[in-house]
Each structure stands twice: as C-alpha cells, then as structure tokens.
Design a protein around this ligand. Structure first.
Ligand SMILES: Cc1ncc(COP(=O)(O)O)c(C=O)c1O
Length: 330
C-alpha cells in the first residue's frame, strides 16, 4: 500500500538530515539539553524573533495539548471550525474543556462564523491555516480583520503545520501580525514538509510571557536529543524544503485538474493533500474501496466523524496517475 492518509511528506526527509541522525545515534545514552537553547536560537533566528518567544513541543500537538491544558481554565471555552484538525476537539474533550465548532462557508473557514460563538468564557480560538482537511486558507486581510475585532483577552492560535507548502501571496504573515497582536500564537512544526513526523517535534511562536508560561510547564527533557539534532539539521537544508514545496505544488495542480475532469468534487488545496466531497456516503465508500484495491491508502474522514469525504495525500507523478486510473475504473 502507498500511504497517502496522514499528510506526511511523500518524499520522506532530507538525506542530509538522515545522515546527521545516523551520525548522532551513539549519543542517545546522554540526556538532551533541558532548555533546548540551541534549537530555539536557530528557530528564532530563522524568523528574526527573540528566542524568548519560542515554545517547543512533542509535535505541534504537544503544544496544542499544553495550550488547552494550561491556558484554558475549567469553566473557560474553546472555539474552532467544524471539519478542521481533529486534535483540537480530542484534547478539549480529554481535558473536559467546552469546545464550540463554527460552520464552514463553502468548505472554507470564514472567521466571521466565529463571532456568534464568542462569549465571556471564550479563552482560545484554534484556526488551522491551511485547514486540514479542506486545504483552504484564510488570507491576510481576513485574519487582520479578525484579530482587530476579537477581544485581545482571547488567544488566537493559528496552526500553520502546512505553512511551507503555501505559495499563495495572500497568505498572512503571522510573524508580522503578532507584533501588533500579542494574543496571537503561531504553531509550526517538523512533521510535514521537513518529513520528521516520527520524531515528534514542533514549535510555537508566542508573546514572551505566554511562551515562558508554556515552556515552564513542559515535561522536563521531553524534547529528545535526536529530534532536536534532526530539527536543527532540517532547518539548514532549505533546499530540500524548496524542492518538496515546488514538486508538491506542481503535482497538486495536476491531481486537482485530473480529478475535476473525471467529474468529482475536489477543492483547490494549499497543503500536501486534497479534500474530496461526495453526494453520499455510498459514493465515498465506493471511491475509497477503488483506491484501496489499487494499493492506495487514503484517509476516510468518517473516522474523524466527518461524513461524505476523503482526504488524499498528493504523491509523485506516478502515484498521482495511479490515483486517476483508480478513479476511472467502473
Ligand atoms: C493542522 C495540523 N496541525 C498539527 C498537526 C500535527 O502536527 P505534529 O505532527 O507536529 O504534531 C497536523 C497533522 O496532521 C495538522 O494537520
């Protein structure tokens, strides 16, 4: 089976990073750096922000966990979109925090839909940008308007796990926006384009006090040494990132066009995956089965409670042609 179900980097990780991991395998008997100062410095210098703004986590999910666990008090509430990254809801439920879901507008996240859900108990809003699974983005104008209107006592977490795949010029520059909106928390990671999903390392950029609070509560030594070494090496190989992003864009466009020609409902995506929506669950199951029978493992979004839809990772040309061939079988 070719795995196209978890939005991983189809091309794996950079060969340079693999080599660095191998070279450092002998160091695993030693505890990692407690503070992870060097990794934080490298991330901070990449974005030209103070080191004190960097938060690390066991995956981006580790930081989402910390935000829900630590920033949202017992009687406070969370808002996100329906058909978005499932971890927001899973972790809110786990910690018994109330979460509201804003409706999508034509399968896009329109921030206007959030305001009717805002109340004095609202503490955090999670926005995945690009959104997983729909692949749509909120642009700079929309995000600016949202940040100007939402009370500054509410944290706005913009989860940019797929940031490096975006080529649209209207995509927000959240690092700049954060200078005016200290309630904005940016999340990015190493699981997607950097191809390090198995090493579980992600980072956030937040106003200093918030970052210090979240960092102080991080489980001691939770960022393991190989993850941190690999992340630093990965940051150095920007050529790999650029190549993967360009290749993905080309293949994404090819796949969308070809799927549309067959007559299926597929949406333009800004990530490394596509969202397909079907009239009925039976139609969806039939396509899912055709893909499985042809060795293509895609995500049946029903497992996340999202009906009538599939999410398909963008592969290389050969794999994408195989997807198209499978969809045309009657
Ligand atoms: C929007 C979004 N955020 C975060 C993650 C998880 O990232 P990580 O592997 O860094 O925990 C995913 C993974 O699918 C995602 O889609």
């Amino acid at each position: 089976m070719i795995k196209l179900s978890a939005n991983e980097n189809f091309y794996g990780c950079s060969p340079f990073v693999k080599k660095v991991i191998e070279e450092n395998a002998g160091s695993v008997s030693v505890y990692p750096d407690y503070q992870q100062g060097l990794l934080k410095e490298k991330i901070a210098s990449k974005y030209d922000v103070p080191v004190a703004k960097i938060i690390l986590g066991v995956g981006t999910v580790g930081i989402i966990d910390a935000i829900i666990r630590l920033l949202v008090k017992e009687d406070e509430e969370i808002i996100t979109f329906e058909r978005s990254f499932v971890a927001y809801g899973q972790l809110a439920n786990l910690y018994k925090k109330k979460i509201h879901y804003a409706s999508l507008t034509n399968f896009s996240c329109d921030t206007i839909a959030i305001f009717p859900l805002v109340n004095p108990k609202t503490k955090v809003v999670f926005i995945a940008n690009p959104n997983n699974p729909t692949g749509t983005i909120i642009n700079e104008t929309q995000l600016k308007a949202f940040l100007n209107k939402i009370p500054s006592s509410i944290y706005v977490v913009v989860d940019e796990a797929y940031f490096e795949y975006v080529s649209d010029n209207s995509f927000p520059n959240t690092i700049e926006l954060q200078k005016k909106h200290p309630n904005l928390i940016i999340l990015r990671g190493f699981s997607k384009i950097y191809g390090l999903a198995g090493l579980r390392i992600g980072y956030g950029i937040a106003e200093e006090k918030t970052a210090a609070f979240l960092e102080n509560f991080r489980v001691p030594f939770s960022i393991n040494s190989l993850s941190s070494i690999a992340a630093m090496a990965a940051l150095e190989d920007q050529n790999f990132v650029k190549k993967c992003s360009e290749q993905n864009k080309m293949e994404r466009e090819f796949l969308v066009e070809e799927i549309k020609k067959i007559g299926y409902n597929v949406f333009p995506s800004h990530g490394n995956f596509l969202f397909m929506f079907f009239e009925s669950n039976a139609d969806k199951e039939s396509v899912f089965n055709k893909l499985s029978e042809n060795g293509l493992m895609v995500c049946n979004l029903k497992i996340f409670g999202q009906e009538n839809s599939l999410r398909i990772g963008v592969g290389d040309r050969e794999t994408n042609k195989r997807i198209i061939r499978s969809l045309t079988i009657h």
